[in-house]
Design a protein around this ligand. Structure first.
Ligand SMILES: [Zn+2]
Length: 467
């Protein structure tokens, strides 16, 4: 309307600044705005119940400008034909710990954590970030980062460095320090000699013992950069002095924690193996239950009715069970109990229609092997297409970023990956992603970079190479 008014005016001199503004707007053809058309034999948009043949995604800058089957490709586009492959949205992992690595011998790792400077551990974490994004995971919800005796926020630093383009890695939503009770799963001093670190941990370490302290911890974490709040409401496997399924926060503490988080527009993810703790957490309004090993069908039904997500992290138990000798006897017993319970729990969750988010607990196993979770889900009764939706549109919903990413649609961020063949007939092809684009930038097209490749060969569970 403003332009029309100017055009109606005879005083052309007034038009000059308008023309200039429009011209400046039209001039820049930055490299970032190049048009790229990705082609592959199949395409999964992240939401549909089936694939389309001859998939095309047209990308300009950091966004998808067109997507579909047999599209006419714009003349100015650089065409990348990926052949007998499947294009999907970048995968998401709703449960990682990119700053940590628990995958080797438990006691050696524990000692190393005390030996290494936190700065050095932060630098090591950049390799975990690269391995993760190169495996096709363009977004992670990173659920807890702490180094005993340190107040550093390494996950915030890693997220910010990735956002600034200093480090190659996935988009991160970070939780800072997991919140839990004194002596509970998240107490970083548990299992060490009393007062070895000079003081009992407090809210600045995520350790709380009252509803007021729960609020204080949430406020402190959001102040320091948390995107999401993580709490341990029951015991866990990889902690030395608690039982795996005991409730560890009271309903009043959970209610305060959830209320404060939601007031600050942050979602709450709770680490929880035990059934009683899960029921109390669901009733307090949490957004997702992580692990959930001992949840009974009635508890799962309660989750379904309240729309609470389950993040099963099957890979974590799988890894620990395959390397049991790496863990102290007390942890072996907890791992066995959780592993026995979780398969039935997961089958029940699928049957009952609980919303299942894709999340692995990467750090318990080597970073970059996240996609092995798909086969575990499918083997326990989840249809392939549901597993793929779980790692794309369902995770985007849980993370609260569905308006930006998680599906291949016009206007969404260009987070796009490709894997050979057809994951609806062979789900393990998700472990062989060979093309990764994040926000329009190609991170990988072919074999992984040196760092990630070295990581793959160093680990004992090597993913099959791309041919
Ligand atoms: Zn975890």
């Amino acid at each position: 309307m403003l332009v029309m008014k100017f055009l109606a005016c005879d005083r052309w001199s007034r038009l000059a600044p308008v023309i200039l503004v429009f011209a400046i707007g039209a001039i820049p053809i930055r490299a970032a705005d190049n048009v790229i058309a990705l082609k592959a034999q199949r395409l999964f948009d992240g939401k549909s119940k089936s694939f389309v043949p001859n998939g095309v995604v047209v990308v300009q800058g950091d966004k998808i400008i067109d997507v579909g089957s047999n599209l006419t490709i714009p003349g100015n586009a650089q065409v990348i034909d990926l052949g007998d492959a499947t294009l999907t949205p970048g995968f998401m992992d709703a449960h990682t710990h990119l700053t940590l690595d628990y995958s080797s011998d438990y006691n050696v790792r524990r000692l190393k954590e005390l030996d290494l400077n936190v700065s050095e551990q932060a630098i090591i974490a950049t390799a975990h970030a690269r391995a993760t994004v190169e495996a096709g995971f363009t977004t992670v919800r990173d659920l807890g980062s702490r180094f005993v005796g340190s107040r550093e926020f390494v996950d915030v630093a890693l997220r910010n460095s990735i956002n600034k383009g200093v480090v190659v890695g996935p988009r991160m939503l970070v939780a800072t320090k997991g919140i839990g009770a004194t002596g509970g799963h998240f107490d970083p001093t548990s299992g060490f000699r009393d007062f070895l670190f000079g003081r009992e941990p407090d809210y600045t370490d995520g350790i709380i013992d009252s509803p007021d302290e729960a609020r204080k911890a949430v406020r402190f974490e959001v102040k320091n950069g948390a995107d999401v709040i993580k709490a341990a409401v029951s015991g866990g496997v990889l902690s030395l002095v608690d039982e795996v399924d005991t409730p560890q926060l009271t309903p009043a503490e959970m209610a305060a924690l959830v209320d404060e988080s939601h007031r600050l527009r942050k979602k709450v993810a709770v680490h929880c193996h035990g059934d009683q703790a899960a029921r109390e957490a669901i009733d307090s309004g949490v957004d997702s239950i992580e692990h959930g090993s001992f949840m009974k069908p009635e508890t799962l039904t309660r989750m379904k009715n309240k729309g609470v997500f389950l993040t099963p992290t099957l890979m974590a138990t799988e890894w620990i069970m395959s390397k049991l000798e790496n863990y102290p006897p007390a942890l072996q017993a907890k791992a066995k109990a959780a592993a026995t319970a979780r398969s039935d729990m997961f089958r029940n969750a699928v049957k009952l229609g609980v919303k299942i988010s894709f999340g692995t607990d990467a750090a318990v196993f080597p970073h970059g092997q996240n996609a092995r979770e798909f086969k575990l889900m499918v083997d326990l009764g989840m249809p392939q297409i549901e597993a793929l939706r779980s790692a794309t549109s369902y995770d985007a919903e849980l993370l609260g970023i569905a308006q930006k990413t998680g599906s291949l649609e016009k206007g969404k961020l260009a987070d796009i990956i490709a894997m050979p063949g057809d994951p609806s007939t062979d789900i393990t092809t998700t472990e062989r992603v060979f093309f990764v684009m994040k926000e329009g930038k190609i991170i990988r097209n072919g074999p992984p970079s040196g760092t990630a490749a070295a990581k793959e060969t160093n680990s004992e569970e090597v993913t099959a190479p791309v041919d």
